[in-house]
Structure formats: structure tokens, C-alpha cells
Design a protein around this ligand. Structure first.
Ligand SMILES: Cc1cc2nc3c(=O)[nH]c(=O)nc-3n(C[C@H](O)[C@H](O)[C@H](O)COP(=O)(O)O)c2cc1C
Length: 238
């Protein structure tokens, strides 16, 4: 089914959500969720919002798998086992050592805020491993959306499209008082996830988004990352 413009206008009018500015400012990465499942109708609305993301040449390359309930628990067990074994099978490379200068400093600031919130000392390797492992319990979220993509050329353009899709989805969650967290760490286990969900090999796993109702009392939700000023990121000409 296609979603036409009329439908788009009526949905916009009927939705009771935050304003764009409120939703954008309210969004942050949620690392602690309540067990309460999100109603199917709401999940579908969020996914319909995400469909409006732009894409290179209108390819709409996102192939999303939403996993919930017992199936999610099973997937969590598989991911914890693979993580414990260090059996990484990412479709795309990822190395934090690539970050340099201010980018590295911003990454360090996240690490500091993250481990402080979780009450883990930097030298505590086991504590850091445990906290990192929370990614594979989906931070207790009742749902995860796994974002697969076809591979075109060097994949950079497709990944850009996927990012736009992911952010639209995250903002839609935020506008409804829900929360989500994008997780590259789920992409580290692309092969077992594909096998578990029956996804063909030509679809690559870029990242996942765990989502649900934020647990305001969770330590992982005490992390607030600042942004650098606009003039640090933007150069105006003319
Ligand atoms: C594509 C992508 C992947 C990410 N992967 C992870 C992850 O695996 N685990 C995690 O805890 N946070 C992950 N994050 C969240 C970032 O750490 C977070 O967006 C950043 O620190 C800014 O904080 P904010 O989202 O709360 O504004 C990811 C973010 C993006 C955009």
C-alpha cells in the first residue's frame, strides 16, 4: 500500500504530538526502558512517519525488522552469547580509534558521562563490559527495529538515507513521549541476526533502534550530552 498525500494531511491533523521544536529537543538516547509494550497501532504510526524520510534517487532503501516479545528475548540470548565469545560479524567497519581532535574529545565526553551515570570506574574493565552488554538486552526495551539496507557502491549514500530514516523514526517516538536509542553495537552481530530473522545476505545491517517507554529512574537515563554551538559546526558564506 502506498501512503498518499491526503492520508498524510489527515494523519498530521489527528495526531496529538509535541511540536517539532519540542520533539527535537526532547529526543535523546534512552538507555533504560519500562517493560510496557507499545501498542501495535502506535508502532505502525511511528513506522509510517519514518517512511517520509528522503532518500537518494527515491530508492527508499530501508528494510526494517521489528522484533518484540519472546522473539526479542531469544534474540537477546543469542547476542549476549556472541558478545561473550567475541564473535563479531559486522557488515561495516567501526573503530573508535579513527576519531581525532575534537571528534575524539566529544567521544571521550560521552564515555565519561556514560560510565559516571552507570557508576563504573574507567579502570574497571569488567564493569565496562557489563554496561556495554546492556546493548544486547536492548536496555530492557520491549521492541527493537533492526535497520537493514541493500549495498550500492561504497554504501555511503545508502547509509546517509538510513540515517535520515532513523532520525525520522526517533523524532516520531519522541513526539509521542516514547524513547529510542540507535545502536551500532547491534550491527556487530549482523550474521546471527540475519540468520535468526531469515533476512537474505544481500541486506546489510547498519544499526538497530531499541524503543519503548523511557524508565525515568534508570541510571542510563541520567546522561545528557551537550551540543557544541552552531557556529562551531556551521560556516556562513555570502
Ligand atoms: C548511528 C548511531 C549509533 C549509535 N550506537 C550506539 C550504541 O551502540 N550504544 C549506545 O549506547 N549509544 C549509541 N548511540 C548513541 C550516541 O552515543 C548518542 O546519540 C550521542 O552520545 C548523543 O547523545 P543523545 O543521542 O542522547 O543526544 C548511537 C548513535 C547513533 C546516531
Amino acid at each position: 500500500m502506498t501512503i498518499n498525500t491526503m492520508q498524510r494531511a489527515s494523519e498530521a491533523a489527528s495526531d496529538e504530538t509535541l511540536s517539532f521544536k519540542e520533539a527535537t529537543r526532547a529526543r535523546r538516547s534512552i538507555r533504560g526502558f519500562l517493560d510496557t509494550p507499545v501498542p501495535d497501532t502506535v508502532i505502525r504510526e511511528v513506522l509510517e512517519d519514518a517512511q517520509y524520510a528522503p532518500s537518494n534517487c527515491n530508492t527508499q532503501p530501508w528494510n526494517t525488522h521489528v522484533v518484540s516479545g519472546e522473539k526479542l528475548k531469544e534474540l537477546s540470548r543469542i547476542l549476549h552469547a556472541k558478545n561473550d565469545d567475541g564473535a563479531f560479524t559486522p557488515d561495516f567497519s567501526f573503530d573508535q580509534n579513527d576519531f581525532y581532535g575534537d571528534y575524539r574529545l566529544r567521544n571521550d565526553a560521552l564515555g565519561k558521562a556514560y560510565y559516571e551515570a552507570m557508576n563504573v570506574m574507567r579502570a574497571d574493565k569488567e564493569g565496562r563490559r557489563r554496561v556495554g552488554g546492556m546493548n544486547y538486552s536492548f536496555f530492557n526495551a520491549p521492541h527493537v527495529a533492526l535497520l537493514f539496507m541493500p549495498s550500492f557502491g561504497d554504501n555511503v549514500r545508502v547509509a546517509g538515507d538510513m540515517g535520515m530514516y532513523g532520525q525520522t523514526l526517533l523524532l516520531s517516538l519522541s513526539a509521542r513521549g516514547l524513547g529510542g536509542i540507535p545502536q551500532t553495537s547491534l550491527g556487530f552481530f549482523a550474521e546471527p541476526i540475519r540468520e535468526f530473522l531469515g533476512v537474505p545476505n544481500d541486506l546489510k545491517l547498519l544499526f538497530g533502534i531499541s524503543f519503548g517507554y523511557p524508565d525515568d529512574s534508570a541510571p542510563g537515563n541520567r546522561i545528557f550530552m551537550d551540543r557544541v554551538p552552531v557556529d562551531t559546526s556551521v560556516t556562513f558564506h555570502g
